[in-house]
Ligand binder design. Structure first.
Ligand code: ADP
Length: 320
């Protein structure tokens, strides 16, 4: 039986799938660079020689496929499982955009269907052997985020913030959601932290002095890195050349932490015996009836023999 989180049974992984690490990337609101950070972690971990998967749980705003050169690609199906798309460098990706007819098609699904999509992306997908699975979570603290936290064995999350999030304490909502769901927070990453002047290289704190250290200390969380506003990052994400064009060595502390996490292995659950079909149930009932009749006939023959009766006519040759 799958383990439970807060009384909710966890989704089982598909047959032959193995996930050794499962890390979520979340943010308090949309547009702060959560997918960018997911992409950076995935690319750097893959560059370190590990097999990587990305489960894009940002169902209504999926940006991972385009970032990895898979705009317009479609997941296929084989043996009743979804086959994730594989990037040029071997990272496996499953995303709503890979199962929609077109990238521009909106996802007009309600809560239960969204939860079903997460279940399929996790359990009905032929992931194979994945060292690090990253989950690009939907922004905020809504339904899908809760489903992921309750139903997948997330070992820790990276919270992505922007300088304004730190001031307005939107990040507090994400931290508190993790605390309430008992999901460990690995640390905070501040995106769009500063910009570098293209002429003189001066570092400009566009939003003023960063509050990251102060806020992280307030929650007792480590700072895992800061990213500048860099048009080259946006260009690589938009062009789908992220794996090739991402500068090496971004977010080194976050990558180091991920690579040092103790091994967690999630594999498929023992498959439950499938329910018998109508034909199988009918055959079983017929066999039981036949056995009972044979036993009754045998008992009657034994009784008649003991009583000295002629049993020849009473013992059926074949019980129907
Ligand atoms: P989220 O997943 O939080 O909604 P994204 O990662 O999709 O946000 O980022 C939103 C947009 O901002 C994307 O076009 C992305 O390329 C761009 N972006 C994010 N972070 C940066 C950055 N540090 N420098 C430049 N562009 C960025």
């Amino acid at each position: 039986m799958a383990e439970e989180q807060g009384g909710v049974p966890q989704f089982a992984l598909g047959e032959n799938a193995r996930v050794h690490h499962l890390i979520g990337v979340i943010s308090g609101k949309g547009g702060v660079g959560k997918s960018l950070v997911t992409g950076i972690l995935a690319t750097e971990i893959a560059r370190a020689g590990h097999t990587v998967g990305i489960l894009d749980a940002d169902i209504t705003g999926p940006s991972i496929p385009r970032m990895f050169g898979l705009a317009g690609a479609h997941a296929t199906a084989a043996n009743e499982q979804l086959v994730p798309c594989t990037t040029a460098h071997g990272t496996k990706i499953m995303s709503a955009n890979l199962v929609l007819a077109a990238e521009t098609q909106p996802v007009l699904w309600r809560g239960p269907v969204l939860g079903g999509a997460i279940k399929q992306f996790w359990g009905d997908t032929a992931w194979g052997d994945i060292d690090y699975m990253l989950v690009d979570m939907p922004p905020g603290t809504g339904d899908v985020a809760l489903t992921v936290f309750q139903s997948l064995p997330i070992e820790g999350v990276v919270i992505v913030t922007s300088p304004q999030d730190l001031v307005s304490m939107i990040v507090g909502k994400a931290v508190n959601m993790c605390a309430q769901m008992e999901i460990p927070v690995l640390g905070l990453v501040e995106n769009m932290s500063y910009a570098t002047c293209p002429c003189c290289g001066e570092r400009i704190n566009i939003y003023g002095e960063s509050k990251l250290d102060e806020v992280a200390a307030g929650y007792g969380l480590p700072v895992l890195g800061r990213l500048p506003i860099d048009p080259a990052l946006a260009a690589a994400a938009d062009a789908g050349t992220f794996e090739d064009d991402l500068p090496a060595g971004l977010l080194p502390d976050a990558v180091k932490l991920a690579l040092s996490l103790p091994e967690l292995e999630v594999s498929e659950q023992e498959p439950e015996a499938p329910a018998p079909t109508m034909a199988q149930r009918a055959a079983a009932a017929a066999a039981e009836y036949k056995a009972k009749k044979a036993a009754a006939a045998k008992a009657e023959a034994a009784r008649a023999a003991a009583a000295g009766e002629d049993v020849a006519d009473m013992t059926p040759h074949e019980v129907r």
